[in-house]
Design a protein around this ligand. Structure first.
Ligand code: FE2
Length: 239
């Protein structure tokens, strides 16, 4: 059972996250001090800007640059992507290459504008036909948009996972509805969504501390266990 940061921009020089290997190393040090065992390296993927093969090659080079300095230090890295939603994605053959390494989990970033029925059907197809284990990235960032309320409710009925940013649990006013989501089993995992060092920094430990205070140690253990199974970490099998 591992402490997993489900969302990060730790790889250097590939997106708007870490600028270079030094910054990535500092971020890894911070995560390590917070007890993170595994960090998912979920660099942004936009189908409108990237060809999958180019993205994969750039991601591999960024990973190798970091791995050469990191060696065995700090959290283990698992390659993945934060895949921005696009129409037609459920028919994109190579989507399989964007899952979190060693699993069927796909971290999906929904659009920041109003959604529509066909968007929701597309997510459903990813789950039911393509058999991805969809993880919705930082769902709380969409919860303030009244147009999307009904669509969020539909998504939450589906067999998918919801990732919340640790940062969102730090303000007492924002945290209340999110704690409820975790409590009801409608939110599942935490991510730091870390981009750099001074702000949007690795802060998984702070988010976990809030969850533990509100929902107890057994809840945190169950979350870690479920995450480890989903990602097949430590020889554990699928959820
Ligand atoms: Fe992100």
């Amino acid at each position: 059972m591992a402490v997993i940061d489900f969302h990060s921009h730790i790889l250097p020089g590939i997106d708007d996250g870490s600028k270079n290997t030094e910054m990535s190393m500092e971020m890894l040090r911070m995560a390590s001090e917070q007890g993170v065992d595994v960090m998912l390296a979920t660099s942004h993927f936009y189908a409108s800007r990237h060809r999958i093969e180019d993205f994969l090659a750039r991601r591999q080079r960024a990973y190798e640059r970091l791995a050469a300095v990191k060696k065995d230090f700090g959290p283990e890295l698992r390659l993945g992507a934060e895949v921005a939603f696009f129409s037609g994605m459920s028919r994109a053959d190579r989507l399989d290459d964007l899952t979190i390494e060693g699993s069927r989990a796909l971290l999906l970033e929904m659009p920041f504008g109003p959604w529509n029925r066909s968007d929701i059907r597309e997510v459903e197809t990813l789950i039911r036909k393509r058999e991805f284990q969809v993880i919705l990235a930082h769902l709380e960032r969409y919860m303030g948009m009244s147009e999307n309320k009904k669509w969020i409710e539909e998504l939450l009925e589906m067999p998918l996972y919801v990732q919340i940013n640790a940062e969102s649990l730090l303000g007492w006013r924002r945290r209340r509805p999110l704690i409820k989501l975790f409590e009801k089993g409608q939110a599942h995992f935490l991510g730091s969504d870390c981009h750099r060092v001074e702000r949007r920094e690795p802060n998984l430990g702070k988010g976990r501390a809030v969850l533990e205070k509100k929902l107890g140690k057994a809840f945190i253990n169950a979350m870690d266990d479920r995450g480890s199974r989903l990602l097949r970490i430590g020889g554990e099998t699928d959820v």
